[in-house]
Design a protein around this ligand. Structure first.
Ligand code: PMP
Length: 337
């Protein structure tokens, strides 16, 4: 183990996350599968990076002034990242969230001092959708900026300059594939662009949950969603500015059941407690690894994102009654009654 890093302040703790070799997934794929430990960020998710880049970008443009407010619509993790960054820099945060997201995320946002506004989950076309509500709130609040993570490309720059550069360095330039799911698309597009800049041959895959439209879009040009997923923070129905132009070579669709199986195995066999998007990403990485092996790539190495901590989902993914209510298999160690 190398010397642990020393940071000048909390913001310096964002990024530079470890990369871990995933044993079970590597065995299943027949090649090395690596996970980027984004749960190790101060806000315990990949979204701390986007939060920091968006705030720094707004400061650099002169839009965010001392004492100002950051307003955002989010499934929760971006809000947590923004609240941490804003606290460290002396800004206020107002967060709009659909009320079907985990209670842990809402409690965390309140604990961090963010002003929390919840709205019913609706389609993007509805003017009361959390994204539109947050834009209106920002417009009506003096001294506020709207973070606009979906269409603000400072988000994907965080992953070009941060995540992709770190993966390239950590894998010493020997990376053959990368995949992850899409919420805003900042992670997938940013890492894809950053890695392709280093090596055009790195194969980039979209891993979509059911209920999202991008799998069909990249498969046959049709933005059409089928089915549904309980995964929080992923599953996109439109081409956001962040995903626009992302160099995507192939795509996989992964069920909640398959994602959950990997969440359970990573917990029991490798000691990592993760959210469902991480399990779906790992299943996608295995599919990509198998594809590279089948295509004759010698000893391919695939990277993916372990997006957030499972402690954020104790009342859902790790709760037998909730799993049963959703018609999902219950982890056997959670009890059978
Ligand atoms: N997983 C989780 C748990 C998330 O909260 C998010 C962000 N919405 C993502 C994955 C997807 O990240 P991105 O917004 O960069 O596409």
């Amino acid at each position: 183990m190398t010397k642990p890093p020393v940071a000048a302040n909390t913001l310096d703790l964002i990024g530079n996350t470890p990369l871990v070799l995933l044993e079970g997934p590597s065995e299943a794929a027949g090649c090395e599968i690596w996970g980027k430990c984004e749960f190790a960020n101060p806000g315990a998710s990949v979204k701390d990076r986007a939060a920091l880049w968006i705030v720094r970008d707004a400061e650099a443009r002169g839009e965010l002034q001392p004492g100002g407010t950051v307003v955002e619509g989010t499934a929760g993790n971006t809000g947590i990242g923004l609240a941490l960054v804003a606290n460290a820099l002396g800004y206020k945060t107002v967060i709009v969230m659909p009320d079907n997201q985990s209670s842990e995320k809402m409690a965390t946002l309140r604990a961090l001092g963010a002003e929390l506004v919840t709205v019913p989950p609706t389609k993007f076309a509805d003017p009361n959708h959390f994204v539109h509500t947050s834009r209106r709130l920002a417009e009506d609040t003096p001294g506020a900026i709207w973070a606009n993570q979906f269409d603000n490309v400072a988000n994907r720059r965080a992953h070009i300059e941060g995540t992709a550069a770190e993966i390239w360095e950590q894998m010493e330039g020997r990376v053959h594939g990368f995949t992850c799911a899409v919420g805003t698309g900042g992670t997938l597009a940013g890492v894809a662009m950053g890695l392709k800049e280093k090596d055009e041959a790195v194969r980039i895959a979209l891993t979509d949950p059911h209920g999202a439209a991008l799998y069909n879009y990249f498969e046959n040009g049709e933005l059409k969603a089928e089915g549904s997923s309980v995964a929080e923070g992923i599953g996109q129905g439109r081409i956001t500015a962040n995903i626009e132009g992302a160099p995507i070579d192939t795509q996989f669709r992964i069920s909640d059941e398959e994602g959950l199986e990997w969440v359970g195995r990573l917990l029991r066999e490798e000691g990592m407690c993760l959210g469902l998007s991480a399990g779906i990403n790992v299943a996608g990485a295995i599919a990509l690894g198998r594809q590279l092996v089948a295509d004759g790539v010698e000893d391919p190495r695939v990277a993916t994102i372990l997006c957030d901590t499972g402690f954020r989902y104790l009342s859902t993914l790790y709760n037998a009654e909730w799993l049963r209510r959703k018609g999902l298999p219950v982890f056997d160690w959670l009890g059978s009654d």
